[in-house]
Design a protein around this ligand. Structure first.
Ligand code: HSE
Length: 340
């Protein structure tokens, strides 16, 4: 199957995905019969180019790597804003990989609505629109007969969402719990080694794990959005990030961490959502967990999730949850899902 793909956002995620596609082109065609034609790339920094005949993704990567802009080095219609870009493109799939905004979901939310309304499938890694407006976007996609896929919004390429939707199909899930933020888990792990909070945060930023605004990680907005996304899928609910009881890791001291370790415990930022008499509850708070427990063994930037189910008991998934290659893999898996 051949897709005409338009990519909005050529940052870490957009480029990570493009690198995988370029690298695995032959393999994807051989194994899945998947062919992808880039018919547009749009980025706030590198400009936008639309070409119905197709763009060379390897050239786009090369251009940006060598400090150039897409508008200068690729041929096609240039200078469009993201909405004009969607309108003019002949894509059947739009990949939305712009930055996350958890207050209003923009600009991703408008991009996604525009693309769905135009009858295009949407694949996004953008947590804001999915955490804030999943129900609305899902209905819109269904009414237009297209798919909205968003695997990369939680745990990147580690398939937390697909496991929940597909793997656990038919199970009754009563609780979801996870270490869903790599930056804070990395900071807590480094603090165990004696680094101060600020040193560990700087390290996470240098390695590219942290959000552009690290308060999203440190004050737990990012894992709050992720637990909302998982909860709404698991429970069919419509909770929002503001409904999540939220406490980040700013108040966790080196003394707290050392004291916990002396008692065989580790401090972890755990996100939980569960069904309660009064409805759905969700929280993200630092918790002490046993060093030898599943969550106690999750160190560094690694993420993990547990689904409590009726038929299978507790189901666990662990893996990398951040990075360009990891998020790129999530987009690729979604693209392959469109062929099934
Ligand atoms: N800042 C996020 C994290 C990136 O640290 O987990 C992935 O969503």
């Amino acid at each position: 199957m051949e897709f005409r793909l338009a990519l909005i956002g050529f940052g870490v995620v957009g480029r990570g995905f493009t690198e995988i596609l370029v690298r695995k082109q032959e393999y994807l065609q051989r194994k899945y019969g998947l062919k992808v034609k880039y018919v547009g790339i749009c980025d706030i920094k590198y400009g936008s180019v639309v070409s119905h005949e197709g763009l060379d993704p390897a050239k786009a990567l090369e251009t940006v790597k060598s400090g150039g802009t897409l508008e200068k080095h690729l041929n096609g219609v240039k200078g469009l804003n993201a909405l004009e870009f969607i309108e003019l493109s002949n894509a059947d799939v739009v990949v939305e990989a712009t930055w996350t905004n958890l207050e209003v979901g923009e600009p991703g939310l408008t991009h996604i609505k525009k693309a769905l309304n135009a009858g295009k499938h949407v694949i996004t890694t953008n947590k804001g629109p999915i955490a804030l407006a999943f129900k609305e976007l899902d209905s819109l996609a269904k009414s237009k007969g297209v798919k909205l896929l968003f695997s990369g919004t939680v745990m990147s390429g580690t398939p937390s969402i697909r496991t929940l939707i597909r793997g656990l199909a038919g199970c009754y899930v009563s609780e979801v719990a996870g270490i869903l933020n790599g930056t804070t888990n990395y900071i807590l792990t480094k603090m165990e080694e004696g680094l101060s909070f600020n040193e560990a945060l700087r390290d996470a930023q240098l390695r590219g794990y942290a959000e552009a605004d690290p308060t999203m990680d440190v004050d737990a907005w990012d894992p709050a959005a992720k637990i909302v996304i998982l909860a709404n899928i698991a429970f069919g609910s419509d909770i929002k990030p503001k409904d999540v009881i939220r406490e980040g890791i700013r108040n966790v001291t080196l003394d707290n961490i050392k004291d916990a370790l002396r008692r065989g415990k580790r401090v972890k930022l755990v996100a939980r959502a569960w069904i309660d008499d009064g409805g759905i509850r969700a929280k993200v708070t630092p918790e002490e967990v046993d060093v030898n427990s599943f969550f106690g063994q999750v160190g560094g930037t690694v993420n993990a999730v547990m689904y409590r189910t009726d038929s299978l008991g507790d189901v666990y998934l662990i893996g990398r949850g951040a990075g360009g290659e990891e998020a790129g893999q999530a987009v690729l898996a979604d693209l392959i899902e469109l062929t099934l």
